[in-house]
Design a protein around this ligand. Structure first.
Ligand SMILES: NC(=O)c1ccc[n+]([C@@H]2O[C@H](COP(=O)([O-])OP(=O)(O)OC[C@H]3O[C@@H](n4cnc5c(N)ncnc54)[C@H](O)[C@@H]3O)[C@@H](O)[C@H]2O)c1
Length: 340
């Protein structure tokens, strides 16, 4: 059994990492760390593992691998603390706040001789795996164009306090300050495009809109040219229904090939491929699969081989593209608003 510790016991740990860790053969949840005592105690009571609010005491519990599920700005310090102690890491996306920090993490883990993985959980969805298989089998011919869209409200910009006051959601504000939708969510789509096509991104361009008043754009269109000639458009929004009582998000994948079209619509979990012989429908699924990612993580810890796990470099590349694109379009906007 591999002894696993979790740093950061917030939303994604609660709905994704912790239930998957305790349900995965080969993994034992031994320690939890969070600066919030109430949070770490609540998660420990529910999922097990000893709770700590002091990182030194957490590491003294001797985890062999840790999961970093803390806010993006704290990933660097947590990964470096694990590298110093020779502990494998699975780190949430976005890997880091900038390229230098991501490279520092990769180098520190490599010097420690330990594995660093990025939590690109979309890869493990049965839908993403089926698409990967179809692309490799060329069921829709040679894929030349990808259109990956996720327009949603990030759970709404406004929320009501217990005394009935409306305030801006700290989560909405936090994610916009960390870089907005392309950096927070779009990194998954950038990773999928690279992984499905197996072709590196050679160049990219970006356009965006500002529906809210943050520095980062909240509705972003990213265009990437891949090695081999394919093109990907990723559309990501946090302002699609962000003020609506009944938001209706759009989540679709389209892969357009010389012999057909692969289409996934999360509404109704519909996955199909339309080609010369007709239409083939495959079972749909949620876009995330934490148990699937942890099965691969457990296998990587057992064998010492990364297998299907997304690497630190995968995290660096996707984050670099998302951040540079966001910064480019933000700079373009401020120079056009202040031409002198
Ligand atoms: N893959 C996914 O599906 C997915 C979904 C949501 C969030 N995320 C990512 O997971 C990370 C956490 O997001 P969240 O929504 O759970 O945030 P959150 O704000 O709900 O939780 C973060 C937790 O980390 C704790 N924390 C703060 N500083 C810390 C530190 N230095 N070390 C350890 N813990 C610390 C906080 O007290 C809090 O409990 C982010 O990187 C986010 O982008 C991924």
């Amino acid at each position: 059994m591999a002894r696993v510790g979790v740093m950061g016991c917030g939303a994604v740990a609660e709905f994704g990492h912790l239930p998957a860790i305790v349900g995965t053969p080969g993994l034992e949840l031994v320690a939890l760390f969070d600066p919030s005592a109430s949070r770490v105690n609540a998660m420990s009571e529910r999922f097990g593992g000893t709770p700590f609010t002091d990182p030194g005491a957490f590491f003294a519990a001797k985890p062999e691998a840790i999961v970093v599920a803390s806010p993006a700005g704290t990933h660097l310090e947590n990964v470096l603390a694990a590298a110093e102690r020779g502990i494998h890491v699975l780190c949430e996306k976005p890997l880091a706040m900038n390229d230098d920090d991501a490279q520092t993490m990769i180098d520190a883990m490599a010097s420690a001789g330990k594995m660093l993985f990025t939590g690109f959980v979309y890869r493990f969805s049965p839908v993403a795996l089926q698409i990967k298989k179809w692309v490799e089998e060329e069921i829709a011919g040679d894929i030349r164009s990808l259109r990956l869209i996720y327009d949603w409200d990030l759970h709404g910009q406004w929320e009501q306090t217990s005394d009935g006051k409306w305030i801006e959601s700290p989560r909405w504000r936090g994610r916009m300050l960390e870089g907005g939708p392309m950096v927070d969510c779009g990194v998954h789509q950038i990773d999928l495009a690279r992984w499905w096509l197996g072709g590196e991104v050679l160049r990219y361009d970006v356009a965006a809109a500002w529906v809210s008043d943050y520095e980062a754009p909240d509705h972003v269109y990213l265009h990437m040219d891949h090695e081999g000639g394919a093109h990907t458009m990723v559309e990501m929004s946090f302002t699609y229904g962000h003020t609506a009582a009944e938001p209706a998000p759009i989540f679709t994948y389209d892969l357009i090939g010389t012999g057909g079209v692969i289409h996934f619509n999360r509404d109704g979990w519909r996955l199909d491929v339309r080609h010369g012989q007709g239409t083939l429908v495959a079972p749909g699924a949620s876009e995330k699969n934490f148990p699937g990612m942890y099965a691969a993580f457990s296998e990587a810890l057992r064998t010492g081989e990364p297998g299907m796990m997304p690497s630190g470099r995968d995290g660096l590349v996707a984050t670099r593209i998302a951040r540079t694109a966001t910064e480019t379009v933000s700079a373009r906007r401020s120079s056009s608003m202040n031409p002198h």
